[in-house]
Design a protein around this ligand. Structure first.
Ligand code: NAP
Length: 271
């Protein structure tokens, strides 16, 4: 028994030391950035990119094999699905091979919903990616999940090869991380849009607000969100709040202002 166990360990150590192959499934924002990051890894190699249409594949290096046919997908150690959340499950069912490690990169899709034909996992990079905006992958947290220790080790090794911050996280926790990410990224960015519209109504440039935006983001590096909070709602400056609500009388943004103000007032118990 001990003999078998140590043989398995030796196999695992040997396997983890060999170069592992990856096929990317999907060719959008995340696939583009993963491809660049993994290119510099000495332990993992992307051997192929699949996408449902050929057009999106032209942006990937010519040294990679590219295909838009599911029948041409090559044998690999890891398959990374990078299609939109709503398409992940159906897409995983359409894959023609069995018994392989297939992971997705979504913050909100539960691992168990992937097809039972293959071993399941998650490789979720906690960052906002756009094709033409460079990112430093080494500082991006990567949330991994797998349904066995062997695959979890493999995903950890892949994560470690491109990032300094890899953590094993359950699907339940990952959902909450993603919810929080939507708030700090998508909601905050939408508020930039609201401010942009208000500035434009007065023929003012949004650039005027950029030093304030940068300072607010910088402060959070060393202060908690609670300590960094300022403004009329935090101070309970009722007159200023009334004046600003009046300025928004006819505006579609009045409700957002009112809801956020109420939420801040409640948090600081001062109304
Ligand atoms: N973008 C981010 O900031 C970010 C961050 C972390 C995690 N993620 C996750 O990463 C995954 C991919 O996001 P993304 O931003 O890279 O998406 P994306 O840029 O929209 O790219 C999606 C890719 O999937 C393909 N696709 C779309 N619908 C499909 C379908 N029904 N069947 C098969 N392929 C389909 C698209 O092909 P075509 O070229 O033919 O349209 C495209 O190659 C999502 O699960 C997302 O939640 C995204």
């Amino acid at each position: 028994m001990f003999h078998l166990f140590s043989k398995l360990l030796t196999f695992k150590n040997y396997y983890l030391r060999t170069m592992k192959s990856i096929v990317l499934l999907g060719a959008g924002n995340v696939a583009t950035h993963l491809c660049k990051a993994i290119h510099n890894s000495s332990d993992f190699k992307i051997i192929q990119v699949y996408n449902r249409n050929e057009k999106s594949l032209i942006f990937f290096p010519s040294t990679l094999h590219k295909t838009s046919l599911l029948t041409e997908i090559k044998e690999a150690d890891i398959y990374i699905i990078t299609v939109p959340d709503d398409a992940i499950v159906t897409f995983s069912e359409r894959l023609l091979f069995k018994g392989k490690l297939v992971v997705h990169t979504s913050g909100s899709v539960a691992m168990k919903t992937l097809s039972n034909k293959n071993r399941k996992g998650v490789f979720y990079p906690l960052q906002s990616f756009s094709k033409n905006s460079e990112v430093d992958f080494s500082v991006i947290p990567i949330c991994i999940e797998a349904d066995n220790d062997f695959d979890l080790d493999l995903l950890k090794q892949l994560g470690d090869s491109i990032s300094k911050n890899v953590l094993a996280v359950s699907s339940e926790k990952r959902e909450k991380i993603h919810l929080s990410a939507v708030i700090v990224n998508n909601f905050v960015n939408y508020l930039y849009q609201v401010a942009n519209d208000l500035m434009q109504e007065q023929s003012l440039s949004f650039d005027l607000l950029k030093p304030l935006i940068m300072e607010t983001a910088n402060k959070i590096k060393h202060l908690s969100p609670a300590k960094a909070q300022t403004g009329p709602a935090k101070r309970n400056d009722k007159k200023t709040i009334e004046k600003q609500l009046n300025l928004l009388k006819e505006s579609p943004y009045k409700d957002i202002y009112q809801d956020l103000t109420n939420s801040i007032l409640n948090k600081y118990n001062n109304h």
